[in-house]
Ligand binder design. Structure first.
Ligand code: ATP
Ligand code: MG
Length: 250
């Protein structure tokens, strides 16, 4: 299997506005290796979400190639994209996007509904993931009764339920206060240490500094792709400990 989870080659994306094409991505190429955690930065309107939608198979490139785990997925039909997406990608969004009428457990179960899991296996896996993010005690709670940080942890558990090759997070701490945001980041670092490949969109230089690579987008082009040592002390030790405390015996 390819060591690269993602390879983009000359990816361009046009949005049609009336009879005009607007090029939101103008030729983007980079690879993401298995086990990497990188930050995607850039000004508003630079194309970050467009790029994430392509990486996450929510949209396809107008031109160029996308290899996901070694397979060319550039030209897949919408249906095939959805199948591959469900098997391969986990999403975490700024606004959580939990289903409001479902409990935490049911929310985490949703991606497993299509994966050929039986009902009991689904429950067991969802509970395991809630334990992983420290929320087993909130399995029966609906989102409205959870804090922002708890909602985002449910969303992370849901994103990871299918054991995806790639975790995509678009401003995952954007709706959280600093302390809660740091907890989510600490969780990402732990998941990354366990082997998860993570791309996180952020406006915060502090968050980017905690990763080992930062890709900057501007006007639909890659402006920079820098590898760097993760900032020392960027993860408050007490915060990490707090999240660890909830961890099931690994
Ligand atoms: N569905 C669409 N139709 C037309 N234009 C679009 C569409 N979605 C995005 N765009 C345009 O493409 C460009 C890139 O948008 P995108 O949402 O990727 O930016 P972004 O970097 O995620 O910005 P932000 O930081 O504000 O979230 C913008 O100029 C935007 O107006
Ligand atoms: Mg965006």
């Amino acid at each position: 299997m390819s060591a690269d989870v993602v390879t983009l080659e000359g990816v361009r994306k046009a949005y049609r506005l009336a009879d005009q094409a607007f090029w939101a991505l103008k030729g983007v190429s980079f690879s993401v290796r298995r086990g990497e955690m990188l930050a995607l930065m850039g000004p508003s309107g630079s194309g970050k979400t467009t790029l994430m939608n392509i990486l996450g198979l929510l949209d396809s490139p107008t031109e160029g190639r996308y290899l996901l785990a070694g397979e060319d997925v550039s030209g897949l039909s919408e249906f095939d994209r959805a199948v591959v997406r469900n098997e391969t990608i986990g999403f975490v969004f700024q606004a959580f996007h939990l289903l409001p009428r479902l409990t935490s457990l049911e929310n985490v179960e949703t991606p497993l509904t299509y994966g050929g899991y039986g009902r009991r296996a689904r429950r067991a896996r969802a509970l395991e993931m809630l334990e992983r993010v420290g929320l087993a005690d909130k399995a029966d709670s609906v989102p409205a009764t959870l804090s922002g940080g708890q909602r985002q942890r449910v969303a992370v558990a849901r994103a990871l339920a299918t054991n995806p090759a790639l975790l995509l997070a678009d401003e995952p701490t954007g709706n959280l206060d600093t302390r809660t945001g740091n907890e989510i980041l600490a969780l990402f670092h732990e998941l990354n240490a366990e082997g998860a490949t993570i791309v996180v969109v952020t406006h915060e230089a502090e968050i980017a500094a905690q990763t080992s690579r930062t890709i900057r987008v501007r006007d639909g082009l890659l402006e920079a792709d820098e590898r760097h040592a993760p900032a020392a002390g960027a993860r408050p030790p007490d915060r990490v400990g707090e999240v660890r405390k909830h961890e099931p015996r690994a």
